[in-house]
Design a binder for this molecule. Structure first.
Ligand code: FAD
Length: 319
């Protein structure tokens, strides 16, 4: 079923969903099941699986020189999606990136997904690779997620890249896109970022999943601004509990989000006590989720980062 159909069926009740990362290359699918098994009793209708573009690494060659090599550290997104659907009987939502794919490769992946019975995708641009300061598109690939959304939408209408294909089979993907309550870091300002988001919706985006945030007022303002801009699709808040002291600086640095003063102060008070610190982060997330539920969000999307114990505590407290 489509993600948006689940939202409609829930009739105002907030669902829950989880996001997982593929294991590092060489790791097994068991790590995915270990994360998800304890969470499935909460009946998530869908589970997102992230995609990770190739990265550059420097490898020493026989002559002692370092050579730049391109590797993918976390392959397996499509395989994991299929395994999830098979094991749990729920929808799996692969993240699809512009980066790392030509348009033809994107088309081929979409054909595979369609044949596998995957009905939902989250269309994203991707970030800059390690050792690059800005996002560099793959030659022959898309530069912005809106173009990826358009390509998927075209395939939903039976239009493939090759004009010679007549009566191409129509895919039927429900397309999710990313949204940023605290603005995407490259956008000149909040309003323009929302205008671009509206364009993505007009191009075929059917729901929004947001970047993590720790201040609900940022999300609620964002939701309101989206509404005023004519964005009427479901907006799903992304929640990540803060559980480690270093995240006080790493989260703002990597995700360009603010940590509210109250949370930061509480974390600083218990910075030498790992257990207490985790409790503070979990309590904060529980409070966030309770407010978001009361605000009628269609779903709360947890960034699990493989930590099912923490996520379980939060979900148990709110459902
Ligand atoms: P876009 O929508 O393409 O936007 C990129 C920038 O361009 C923004 O600043 C936007 O304001 C601007 N822009 C948009 N439209 C236009 C236009 N028409 N003209 C000019 N500028 C424009 N990354 C991964 O690598 N793998 C993942 O699995 C992954 N999952 C994610 C899941 C969620 C829910 C979120 C929120 C992010 C995820 N990301 C992931 C990170 C994402 O790839 C980055 O945030 C990336 O920098 C932007 O992606 P986007 O799809 O929002 O880009």
């Amino acid at each position: 079923m489509k993600v948006t159909e689940y939202f409609e069926k829930a009739k105002g009740k907030s669902l829950i969903s989880f996001e997982i990362l593929p294991p590092m290359k060489g790791g097994g699918i068991e790590s995915i099941f270990k994360t998800l098994d304890p969470l499935m009793e909460f009946k998530p209708p869908f589970i997102d699986v992230t995609y990770h573009r190739e990265e550059y690494v420097y490898k020493e060659n026989k002559n002692g020189f370092y050579e730049k090599a391109s590797i993918r550290k976390r392959p397996g997104t499509v395989g994991i999606c299929t395994a999830i659907m098979h094991r749990y009987g729920v929808e799996a939502v692969p993240h699809l990136l512009c980066g790392g794919f030509t348009k033809e490769e994107t088309e081929d992946v979409l054909i595979d997904l369609h044949f596998l019975g995957i009905k939902n995708v989250l269309a994203l641009r991707g970030d800059a690779r390690k050792f690059e300061t800005t996002f560099v598109p793959t030659e022959g690939g898309h530069s912005l997620s809106i173009d990826l959304v358009r390509q998927i939408k075209n395939m939903n209408q039976g239009q493939y890249l090759d004009d010679n294909i007549e009566n191409g089979q129509k895919t039927n993907f429900c397309i999710g896109i990313a949204g940023y309550p605290e603005k995407h870091f490259e956008a000149p300002n909040h309003d323009i970022d929302i205008e671009f988001t509206k364009e993505k919706i007009d191009a075929g985006g059917e729901y929004i999943v947001t970047q993590m945030f720790f201040d609900n007022s940022a999300f609620l303002k964002y939701r309101e601004k989206c509404k005023q801009s004519g964005i009427n699709v479901p907006i799903v808040p992304g929640i990540k509990p803060l559980t480690k002291f270093y995240q006080l600086s790493s989260i703002p640095r990597h995700f360009f989000v603010n940590l509210p003063s109250d949370l930061s102060k509480e974390i600083l008070k218990v910075k030498d006590n790992k257990k207490k610190l985790k409790e503070v982060g979990i309590e904060w997330a529980i409070h966030q989720c309770q407010e978001l539920k009361a605000a009628g969000v269609p779903c709360i999307h947890f960034y699990t980062m493989g930590d099912s114990i923490t996520v379980r505590k939060i979900v148990e407290a709110i459902y």
